[in-house]
Design a binder for this molecule. Structure first.
Ligand SMILES: [Zn+2]
Length: 349
């Protein structure tokens, strides 16, 4: 087999009080990502626990928030140009980037050299199964055009990524559908790791890992799902988040290589998966990321991909600080620096 899927089966026992303290022998499994070796753990029995943890989405709460924020929403067309930040002239003289109903403007708080918000469209709220392929395609195309524009002026900003946090459990603070968009002169951690391992695989086997992965998954037929346009969809062997699928573009390594058909394939696949999450798994919150190699830098070993996964359903007071950057890129952000924390904690010692 071309790609190795390493897993280790294990068991662990407890004396279960819910069954008169009889032995409860549970099967667990350790899996390793076939490219990076990242370790993930499974226990099929957790499905029952997950049912307790993942309460149904509180649709009334969402409707209440949607109605309450409709007028004042900073991402809605009536307010956007009045209240959202603008880029300084050396980055984007026009201040904000726009194509139709899709917009890109700076986030109020910067983490990377460019930390921006990408508005999907003018609708204030979309249910998980209301995203159309056209909407996603138009906004993804706008974000990539934005990268082209910025990169032509600031070529050192060659690392770019975008993705989505949907509802508070996925760490979104705004109900209006939007993406997070980043550009940097420094590589993104997990993309860089995948690129190094892809290169090592090519050097070792004289074959492309991503081609081997698709071929092996198709042969096995256990996790391969299907194709939309140019995109091959697979359930992740060792996922980074729950109910994760990955869509691979077998002949593309970065955003600048994408054509119309690629964007069609990504958008079509994503909307089908989002509908599956809502209708089949009854999961109503998600993150996705579109991984890209350095802009305009064609790689013979790395391939671009899309990753999408569910997050807990939205209920009152549910908030998460794990957005798509720490989840899928292993880049965590914090507000309090350790030097500040140590200084404050000293008062307690
Ligand atoms: Zn809005």
């Amino acid at each position: 087999m071309a790609v190795e899927f390493k897993k280790i089966g294990n068991t662990a026992s407890i004396l279960n009080p819910m069954n008169a303290f009889q032995e409860d022998r549970q099967s667990t499994e350790i899996r390793f990502d076939p490219l990076t070796g990242v370790k993930r753990l499974f226990n099929a029995g957790l499905t029952e626990k997950a049912k307790m943890f993942y309460q149904p989405t509180d649709e009334n709460l969402i409707e209440m928030i949607v109605n309450k924020t409709k007028e004042t929403c900073i991402f809605c067309p009536q307010n956007l140009e009045k209240v959202t930040p603008k880029f300084p002239p050396d980055i984007l003289p026009e201040g904000r980037f726009r194509k139709g109903d899709s917009w890109v403007f700076p986030n109020l708080f910067q983490i990377y050299e460019v930390t921006a918000i990408g508005i999907i469209g003018k609708d204030h709220f979309l249910k998980t199964d209301e995203f159309s392929p056209e909407m996603l395609k138009n906004s993804f195309g706008t974000f990539i055009d934005f990268f082209q524009t910025i990169n032509s002026r600031r070529p050192e900003l060659k690392y770019a990524i975008f993705g989505m946090n949907y509802l508070p459990p996925a760490a979104s603070s705004q109900i209006h559908p939007h993406n997070q968009i980043y550009m940097s002169k420094n590589p993104f951690y997990y993309v860089d790791w995948m690129m190094r391992e892809s290169k090592a695989y090519l050097d070792r086997k004289s074959k492309n890992f991503w081609h081997d992965l698709i071929e092996t998954e198709k042969e096995l037929g256990e996790r391969y799902v299907g194709k939309t346009g140019n995109v091959e969809w697979i359930a992740s062997f060792a996922p980074m988040a729950s109910n994760e699928f990955v869509g691979i573009l077998p002949e593309r390594s970065n955003y600048f290589e994408y054509d119309d058909k690629d964007l069609d394939g990504i958008s079509e696949g994503l909307t089908r998966i989002l509908s599956f999450y809502k209708r089949d798994l009854k999961m109503g919150s998600f993150n996705f990321i579109l991984y890209s190699g350095p802009l305009g830098d064609k790689s013979d070993s790395f391939r671009a991909s899309v990753k999408v996964a569910t997050r807990p359903n939205f209920n009152a007071n549910y908030m998460s600080d794990i957005h798509f950057a720490p989840l899928f890129n292993m880049e965590n952000w914090f507000e309090n620096v350790p030097e500040y924390l140590a200084g404050r904690l000293k008062n307690y010692f």
